[in-house]
Design a protein around this ligand. Structure first.
Ligand code: NAD
Ligand code: WQD
Length: 337
């Protein structure tokens, strides 16, 4: 049976997608340089699924290594998660972000082309909708960015479109994720950020666990029902299932498609805090702080294209997402080790 190469497969979304792929009887090969994850994630994926996976600790920027991986295996499609993802850090280290994300993708695409692999599912982001569109976001809206991280996603989408123009047998699905949170029900895999988290739910989780003192709510004067920012939070297991659908779609279709993976509903910061308090059974210490630069008031998906093309829709609500995040946090006080 042909194999799926998962780059960044030991990371947050990648590890959950590996579990879904194995549950759907795909054979997988994981490549990760462990810059933002741990090898222990491989054991956890194997434990949940009861199956073995082939793991390469390698950098996607390493052309020799990537070529060797393609030569050693029979890879029919790639799911490409590997990338750096911290918005603020990308402003401080633009060259690192452009090199890792864009050069890394170019090397991967070259290795794919030289080995006749023509299918790729790419981790794009709702960040490509920029500041000028209005929610709900539809895939035909113009894309733009406000920081180097966002530009890497906009540019990689363009590179992938161009590859489809030059090779009519190429099949690309760019999945634009909204705000992935939650964890696998087993509590064995979940989000395990290095250092102080930037994103809302990992931050709340550490306040709930007693590791951080207080959540800063970035702004309560937005034009939203309670004044705090509204986002489309999506359970990472729902998101992972969307990748299996995208792979099935790419097996049957050629050309480039961008597809939103979101629930189509927004929750405010205060609604997420309330859901987390319910999940962990204690109050989350918080204060209202100034707006965070670069944030918008409201961001949520029009999720109809994923339903039409893949028959996929998200199932979990915000309470379940927070309950699963808390379960993972409680069971892994020191992360995945
Ligand atoms: P993550 O950091 O947990 O996973 C990314 C993985 O890629 C990590 O395990 C890291 O070690 C690996 N990696 C990074 N650079 C690499 C390289 N050069 N070679 C090999 N491995 C490398 O992040 P995640 O949340 O799972 O995100 C996965 C993808 O989804 C990323 O491309 C990210 O930009 C995108 N995305 C994430 C979110 C989010 O909020 N989590 C939202 C939209 C899009
Ligand atoms: C959510 C809401 C904050 C932290 C980011 C990236 C985006 C995508 C997903 C990759 C906002 C508020 C947050 C805190 C807060 N990633 N907040 N206190 O900014 O929607 O999206 O992750 O592609 O590109 O920008 O997610 O979780 O950081 O913020 O009040 O300590 O929570 O202002 O309203 P965001 P987030």
């Amino acid at each position: 049976m042909s194999q799926i190469l998962v780059t960044g497969g030991t990371g947050f979304i990648g590890s959950h997608t590996c579990v879904e792929l194995l549950a759907n009887n795909y054979e997988i090969i994981v490549v990760d340089n462990l810059s933002n994850s741990k090898e222990a994630a491989v054991d956890r994926i194997e434990k949940i699924s009861g199956k073995n996976i082939k793991f390469y600790q390698a950098d996607i920027c390493d052309y020799e290594k990537m070529t060797a991986i393609f030569k050693e295996n029979d890879i029919s499609a790639v799911i490409h998660f590997a990338g750096l993802k911290a918005v603020g850090e990308s402003v401080q280290k633009p060259l690192e972000y452009y090199t890792n994300n864009i050069y890394g993708t170019l090397i991967l695409l070259r290795a794919m082309r030289e080995n006749g692999c023509k299918r790729i599912v790419f981790s794009s982001s709702a960040t490509v909708y920029g500041m000028n569109n209005k929610a709900p976001y539809t895939e035909d809206m113009p894309t733009s960015a406000t920081n180097p991280y966002g530009y890497t996603k906009v540019m990689i989408e363009q590179i992938l479109r161009d590859c489809c123009v030059s090779d009519k047998e190429m099949s690309v699905v760019a999945l634009r994720y909204f705000n992935p949170i939650g964890a696998h029900k087993s509590g064995l895999i979940g989000e395990d950020p290095n250092g102080i988290p930037n994103n809302l739910v990992p931050y709340i989780a550490q306040v709930a666990a007693g590791k951080l003192q207080q959540l800063s709510v970035f702004g309560d004067d937005y034009d939203t029902p309670d004044g705090t920012g509204v986002r489309d939070y999506i359970h990472v297991v729902d998101l992972a299932a969307g990748h299996v659908c995208a792979i099935e779609y790419a097996e049957k279709n050629t050309g480039f498609e961008a597809v939103n993976l979101g629930t189509g509903n927004g929750s405010s910061v205060l609604e997420v805090v309330a859901a987390y308090e319910k999940a962990c059974g204690k109050p989350i210490n918080k204060r209202i702080a100034p707006r965070r630069s670069g944030d918008i008031a409201t961001c949520f998906a029009d999720a109809s294209k994923a339903k039409k093309l893949f028959g996929w829709e998200a199932k979990s609500d915000i309470n379940e997402m927070c309950a699963d995040s808390w379960n993972f946090t409680k069971l892994n006080p020191n992360g995945i080790e």
